[in-house]
Design a protein around this ligand. Structure first.
Ligand SMILES: [Zn+2]
Length: 260
C-alpha cells in the first residue's frame, strides 16, 4: 500500500508518462506524410481494443473488487453499474455541447471547411484523452501498482497511433512538420490533467474508489461505441477494423496478466 499523497503523485506522473505516447506518435509526422484510410482505420481500432480491454481488466473488475470489500455483492454491482452509466451519460452530455469532429476525417470539402474539420478532429482526440487520463489516475486506487502499471502502459501505447493521426491530419492541411508535432504532443497533455482529477477523487475517500473506476470505464466505453467503432467501420475496412480491435484487446489482456 502506498500512502494518499503518493497515490496522487503516482496517478499524476503515470498519466503524464502515458501522455508521452501521444508525443511519440506525433514524432511520426517526420517520417510519414500521409496515412491511408485503411491504415488509419486499423491503427485506431487497435487503440480502441486496448481501451476496451482496459475498461474491463483495469477499471471494472478492480471496481467490483473494491466495492465488494465494503458492501454486499448486490450493492457492489449496483454501484459499479451506476458509476458506469454516469460516466457514459456525462460524456454524452459533453459531446452534445462541445463542437467536435468524429475520429475519422472525410477527405472532401473546400479547403476552408477541411481546415476546421481537422481542428475539430484534433479537439475530439484531445477531449477523449481526459477520461483516459482519469482512468490511469484512478487505476492506482488504494496504491495498487499491479493494476495501475499495465493500465498506464496500455493507455500510453494506444496514444501512439492517436498522436500520429493528429499530427498527420494537421500536415494534410498545410501546417509545418514542427507545428504538427507540437500540437500533436499538446493534445496529449489533457491526460495528466484527467489523471490528477482521477487520483484526487480516488484518494479523497475509499467509498469513491469503485465509483471513480466505473465512471472512467463508462466514459471510455462511450467513446469507443459512439466514436471509434462507427467511424472505423464507415469505410470499407470492417474486417480489418474488427480484427485490429481484437488484437488491441489481446495486447491489453496480455499486459494486464504479465505486468499485473
Ligand atoms: Zn484513446
Amino acid at each position: 500500500m502506498v500512502e494518499t499523497t503518493n497515490v496522487i503523485v503516482l496517478g499524476f506522473v503515470a498519466s503524464l508518462c502515458a501522455s508521452a505516447g501521444t508525443a511519440v506518435g506525433s514524432l511520426g509526422v517526420l517520417f510519414i506524410s500521409s496515412l491511408s484510410r485503411r491504415l488509419e482505420d486499423g491503427l485506431l481500432s487497435v487503440a480502441a481494443g486496448i481501451m476496451l480491454a482496459a475498461t474491463f481488466f483495469s477499471l471494472l473488475l478492480p471496481g467490483l473488487e473494491y466495492a465488494g470489500m465494503q458492501h454486499s455483492e448486490v450493492l457492489s454491482v449496483g454501484i459499479v453499474s451506476s458509476g458506469l452509466l454516469l460516466g457514459a451519460v456525462s460524456l454524452f452530455a459533453i459531446h452534445q455541447h462541445v463542437p467536435h469532429e468524429h475520429f475519422q476525417l472525410g477527405r472532401e470539402g473546400a479547403e476552408r471547411t477541411e481546415l476546421s474539420r481537422i481542428w475539430l478532429f484534433v479537439i475530439a482526440i484531445t477531449l477523449h484523452n481526459f477520461p483516459e487520463g482519469m482512468a490511469v489516475g484512478v487505476g492506482f486506487a488504494g496504491g495498487e501498482l499491479s493494476n495501475g502499471l499495465p493500465l498506464a502502459l496500455g493507455i500510453g501505447l494506444q496514444n501512439i497511433p492517436e498522436g500520429l493521426a493528429v499530427s498527420v491530419a494537421l500536415l494534410s492541411v498545410g501546417y509545418k512538420k514542427m507545428q504538427c508535432m507540437l500540437v500533436g504532443a499538446l493534445s496529449g497533455l489533457v491526460e495528466p490533467l484527467g489523471g490528477l482529477v482521477g487520483a484526487i477523487a480516488v484518494s479523497s475517500a475509499a467509498a469513491l474508489m469503485p465509483w471513480a473506476l466505473a465512471f472512467a470505464a463508462g466514459a471510455m466505453l462511450f467513446i469507443i461505441s459512439d466514436e471509434i467503432i462507427p467511424e472505423t467501420h464507415s469505410a470499407d475496412n470492417k474486417n480489418l477494423a474488427t480484427f485490429s480491435l481484437l488484437g488491441g484487446f489481446v495486447i491489453m489482456m496480455v499486459l494486464n496478466t504479465v505486468i499485473g
